[in-house]
Design a protein around this ligand. Structure first.
Ligand code: GTP
Ligand code: MG
Length: 207
């Protein structure tokens, strides 16, 4: 596949250790069977993937951060340069849910206002072990105006839908900003023209 694209977006994935951040990234890129061996991320893993939405080709550049606290905190650049941030928790792990506030406050402090943040609850296949209900997750997401999806890499549920939804929200936003910028430039050009026209007409009147 050629590397032609209309947009390129940085997507940063954060969340505590072993909440399946890397599984989500890998599953989305290749739709492979879940690798049950845990292979912890060391600092940051990267991969990119091109998707097509209504003839628009979008390159998603995933920055998949380590959840383990043994590594130094990730550089602020991963928040600052993100077009989208995926905050992941595990529905069977209360700690991973409790720590979301801290990831969110970093994201809100460092990321641009236009950056879209999505909350993803993973491990939904582990029904008997669930500790955080759909309603609790949704309440948190709604309170902070976040996109929200429950997924499972194991049963292949919703991973692709969640990421494509995030990408389409970012594209819509980019297109809106491009439109506003274009309108602004046009009105500036317009005002220059009218100033020139006014100068011209005053010249004519003087002659
Ligand atoms: N049951 C179940 N297990 C999963 C699912 N997704 C991932 N796992 C398992 O969870 C473990 C951890 O997954 P990772 O994706 O490496 O977790 P991580 O958040 O990237 O971990 P760090 O890089 O250490 O922060 C792996 O053993 C996966 O096989 C899922 O949807 N259901
Ligand atoms: Mg990882």
């Amino acid at each position: 596949m050629t590397d032609n694209f209309d947009y390129s977006f940085n997507i940063t994935i954060v969340g505590s250790e072993q909440v399946e951040k890397s599984s989500i990234r890998k599953h989305f890129a290749s739709n492979i069977e879940l690798n049950t061996l845990y292979d912890p991320t060391i600092r940051v893993d990267f991969s990119s993937h091109i998707i097509k939405l209504d003839e628009v080709r979008i390159k998603l550049r995933f920055w998949d951060t380590a959840g383990s606290e043994i590594y130094p905190q990730i550089s602020p650049a991963y928040y600052i340069k993100a077009h989208g941030i995926i905050m992941v928790y595990d529905v069977t792990d209360l700690y991973s849910f409790g720590i979301l506030e801290s990831y969110l406050s970093k994201a809100l402090k460092l990321a641009e206002e236009k950056t879209k943040i999505m909350l993803v609850a993973n491990n939904c296949d582990l029904i008997g072990n669930r500790k955080i209900s759909y309603e609790t997750g949704k309440e948190f997401a709604d309170a902070h105006n976040l996109l929200y999806f429950e997924v499972s890499c194991k049963s292949h549920e919703q991973v692709e839908y969640a990421i494509v939804s995030l990408a389409s929200l970012i594209v819509e936003n980019e297109k809106r900003n491009e439109y506003i910028l274009k309108q602004k430039n046009n009105s500036n050009v317009g005002s220059t023209h009218s100033r020139e026209a006014a100068r011209d007409s005053s010249k004519c009147n003087l002659l």
